[in-house]
Ligand binder design. Structure first.
Ligand code: KG4
Ligand code: ZN
Length: 333
């Protein structure tokens, strides 16, 4: 049995979790998240400096509560895993420097985890049957990409977005529609009572023949449509439903292409946009591949996925070290 502490501070959520892993299976012993969404919503987006200060306030009290909840002390841990990047520099520094200090004080090894590899592990938290090879579609606020997971630690990037990430597109679309931040959950909710056929938006790069995404043109199409309308309020639900339909169609088209190219028919989805109710329904309904979804709470940033990804790296022989720096643009893993 190994006790693993996960720390996530890449953006605006402070996450702390402890998992107990026996080499085969694991149990989440505690999973804490202090979300800053309400703090940032009044500014219409994440303010990096403010996010870093909030992590500083929240992180150590959360670690203390997590240890108390599991009735252990820091020295009882076998491994600490912390998000190393990508993300906001100030936010990452708080997580990495705190983890380094705890690692030295408690004499517990430390592993720096790529946030995207963390997301990749989120569907494995509730799906113990999911085994490589599988395709991983990551749809978050900062990334939209498809990765072939040949094995854990053996990843092949198949394609990504040329411009905006899917979550970013949701957030920008919401702003155009006068809806609060973050836009994804808001558009998801309003789209439920809208008509997805009311407006015809393009499905970006649908027939490009490449595994790639683009969402900035769709956002502009939405903007032009909104400018043409006299009474935006009476069309908001239809605009949300029609915009969302295009995003999901684009994601499904490229996953179909990746399935065709690789012959791999298991598709695991993760990242904040994967909390979207229509996306989940449409993917599950798809006949060309089998969809593996995380629980809603594990779609957005959390520390369990970081603990699990770090633990997997440790077990496959990655050497722990405190000698790494936070890297806001860390990408390939
Ligand atoms: O993965 P995440 O928590 O943070 C990043 O690593 O980026 O993703 C946050 C993104 C935001 O853009 C948010 O609008 C989007 O996920 N999101 C959603 C939903 N819930 C969160 N997008 C669509 N539908 C949702 N229900
Ligand atoms: Zn994320």
């Amino acid at each position: 049995m190994s006790l693993i502490l996960g720390i996530e501070t890449s953006c605006d959520d402070t996450g702390v979790a402890i998992i107990n892993h026996d080499g085969e299976n694991f149990r989440v012993m505690c999973d804490y998240l202090s979300s800053q969404i309400k703090d940032h919503a009044k500014f219409g987006g994440v303010i990096p400096e403010f996010a870093a200060r909030k992590h500083l306030e929240n992180l150590l009290p959360l670690v203390k509560s997590a240890l108390e909840c599991c009735e252990i002390s820091g020295e009882n841990l076998d491994l600490i895993c912390v998000t190393r990047g990508p993300g906001l520099m100030g936010s990452l520094i708080v997580g990495v420097q705190t983890a380094r200090a705890l690692s030295q004080i408690w004499h517990v090894p430390l592993i720096g985890v790529n946030h995207l590899e963390g997301h990749l592990f989120a569907p494995l938290i509730n799906n113990s049957d999911l085994k490589p090879p599988f395709l991983s579609l990551i749809v978050s606020g900062g990334h939209t990409e498809i990765i072939l997971v040949r094995n854990f630690g053996v990843y092949e990037f198949l394609g990504e977005t040329r411009d905006d990430a899917a979550g970013e597109a949701y957030d920008k679309a919401a702003k155009i529609l006068g809806l609060p931040y973050p836009g994804g959950p808001e558009i998801d909710k309003l789209a439920k009572s809208g008509d997805p056929e009311a407006f015809k938006f393009p499905v970006p790069l649908k027939n490009s023949g490449e595994i790639e995404f683009s969402f900035s043109g769709l956002k502009t199409a939405l903007l032009w449509q909104v400018r043409k309308l006299d009474n935006l309020e009476s069309h908001v639900n239809d605009l949300c439903a029609s915009f969302q339909k295009s995003v999901i169609e684009s994601l499904i088209a490229k996953v179909n292409l990746a399935v065709k190219i690789t012959g791999v028919k298991d598709v695991a989805i993760s990242g904040g946009v994967c909390a979207n109710s229509s996306l989940r329904e449409n993917f599950v309904r798809s006949r060309n591949f089998r969809t593996w979804l995380p629980e809603i709470k594990n779609c957005t940033d959390n520390a369990v996925m970081i603990a699990l990804a770090g633990c997997n790296a440790w077990r496959r022989g990655v050497t722990p070290s405190i000698n790494f720096n936070p890297d806001p643009s860390l990408h390939k893993f």
